[in-house]
Design a protein around this ligand. Structure first.
Ligand SMILES: [Zn+2]
Length: 291
């Protein structure tokens, strides 16, 4: 905040967004992003935006600032109506913060696999970007996980690692370039490295690489956006301006009860899937050109 360093990328291990104040959870021990936000608030930041694009919901970060309007938490994550880890109702879009923090917790749950750049783009321009503009934060922290990228064995999404640099590029002017990226998950190591490199290049002043949007967003993504907008429309006047929304749209909150086995696994991400990640280089269906 003293403007000595405009932005940075913290390559930290283990990741941190699942850690609780007094308990490790989901590979995470320390609440790296929570601590960074607290330090920023102590050092002149008045409004902090956390953008969590790891494929899992960062329930540890959400809980830390759930009633604190100084920190706005945005998370886009695989949810599948509660069937995806960490199987928590609080990961759904109707959990918007409480007390003076109401409206400052924004969950965008994705309810099917293999969403791609088009879905993420739709969510960025209809939800994240308008809220960020209206909030006008003086510091943005990214919980930068790359497990939503195509080929990741846990995420099972089809997002390009080239997409997130576009988010950074478009959000930078909103906070005067004061941004911190903190590494979260990512279980295909090659993809993780590509994602980190491409984000770093944008932080260093390069333009993001061109990406293609070849499909329409999925219907479930559009429905999620409608639900998020209706849950938050009284808190953010800019929401819904760019899309035709039916004001009679009714929110249906769906959370399927996890199986006993899934419930038993809320502390740890599925280890078995990780073991196959080493062989995935051969099946990642795209080739990145060297820039
Ligand atoms: Zn993750």
């Amino acid at each position: 905040m003293e403007e000595k360093i405009p932005h940075a990328f913290a390559i930290v291990r283990p990741p941190g967004h699942h850690a609780q104040e007094d308990q490790a959870n989901g590979f995470c021990i320390f609440r790296n992003v929570v601590q960074a936000a607290k330090v920023a608030l102590k050092n002149l930041a008045k409004k902090v935006l956390i953008v969590d694009f790891d494929v899992h919901h960062g329930q540890g970060t959400q809980r830390a600032f759930y009633n604190d309007p100084r920190v706005t938490y945005f998370s886009i994550h695989r949810y599948e109506n509660g069937r995806y880890w960490p199987h928590l109702e609080e990961s759904n879009y109707d959990h918007i913060g409480e007390g003076s923090g109401k409206g400052h917790n924004i969950n965008v749950p994705i309810n099917e696999t293999h969403v791609n750049n088009s879905d993420y783009n739709y969510i960025f321009w209809n939800i994240l970007f308008p809220i960020a503009q209206e909030l006008s934060p003086d510091f943005i922290i990214f919980s930068a996980g790359f497990d939503a990228c195509i080929g990741d064995p846990l995420g099972e999404f089809d997002v390009s690692p080239l997409l997130f640099p576009h988010w950074i590029f478009h959000l930078a002017p909103i906070c005067g370039g004061k941004m911190l990226l903190v590494l979260e998950g990512g279980y295909h190591h090659k993809l993780l490295a590509i994602g980190v490199e491409k984000c770093l290049r944008v932080l260093l002043g390069e333009l993001p690489q061109k990406i293609e949007f070849t499909t329409e967003p999925k219907e479930s993504t559009i429905l999620t956006c409608l639900n998020v907008i209706h849950a938050l429309k009284d808190c953010w006047k800019s929401l819904g301006m760019n899309m035709k929304i039916s004001m009679t749209h009714e929110i249906k909150i769906i959370h399927e009860k996890p199986s006993q086995e899934e419930s038993n696994n809320t502390e740890n991400i599925d280890q078995e899937k990780l073991e196959i990640s080493a062989n995935l280089e051969k099946i990642v269906p795209f080739v990145l050109k060297k820039s």
